[in-house]
Design a binder for this molecule. Sequence first.
Ligand code: ASP
Length: 335
Amino acid sequence: MHKLPKIALIPYGGTIASAVQADGSAMPTLDIGEMAKQMPAVREIAEVVAQKTRALPSSDMTVRDLIDIAVAARAAIASGCRGAVVTQGTDTIEEIAFGLDLLCAGDDPIVVTGAMRNASLPSADGPANLIAAVRVAASASARGLGALVVLNDEIHAARFVRKSHTANPGTFRSAATGPIGWLAERDVRIVLRPLRRFHVTVPDDAVPSPVALLKMSLGDDGRLLDYLAQAGFAGLVLEGFGGGHVPRDVAAPGRIEALVETMPVVLASRAGSGEVLRATYGGFAGSETDLISRGVIYAGSLDGAKARILLTLLLMRGAGRDDIRRTFADVGPLS
Ligand code: ASP
């Protein structure tokens, strides 16, 4: 008889593992490993090897969890699994998936999925997403694509995907590229392949470096920036307006310089898609050219959350300023 591929299942809670409790609130209490075993569709595709992990709302997941998942996925693959499926809350999928993309260098698919409607709601999407994720993880055509996010029958590259709606099952969007594939009945279709992948090697026991992410808003007076070093932050991502601008007070004389002296400061955009500019606006404090000339590092097309993951991992690897700048220059534009 045809031997089914082994797929590791790494469950981490979230809505996909949630059902409504006696008090009326949804909690991640379901055993996803058991659920997968009971699903005939999953049993037809793969031999699922479920791990015992944690059941959290994904707002409670940390960079430590990211590293643990990467270690678990790599170990499962080294011991014969053809791919891994991570199930978790959708709120932080874009960060965990991008982190896995950076941390897992092999060709075996690592697929992250979740659900927008818990198991107690009509049209709960968890079971269908789980089946789709296992299908993609077991598919030869998904090899070599890096970490993927599969929900609502769409396949997204971790590098580009973002959660875009609070409740809609079609919440995951990749503004730059669209999905790189989809599921059609039982088939996995890949229609785009990333040109390049990037990897960061972090010791498994490295302690996560605290990196702040500050989103700019109208009239921000920049006072928070003065407390970051004393609060113990090791790095900062500024999510600026549009092409990468911050209010004049944030860029007040000496403020950016003092920060840049003590930690790497990366400039991303809050716009949601596109690259931070490098050479369009000048002549005013807080323009992209002003910030870059004062030592701020350009994040390219990485949004603030993804730039923060990359900066955190680089700091955990012990990267120095030049290394960080070079890596962002390489990863950011993705060309
Ligand atoms: N709050 C949930 C979580 O991220 C939402 C979800 O799973 O979609 O854990």
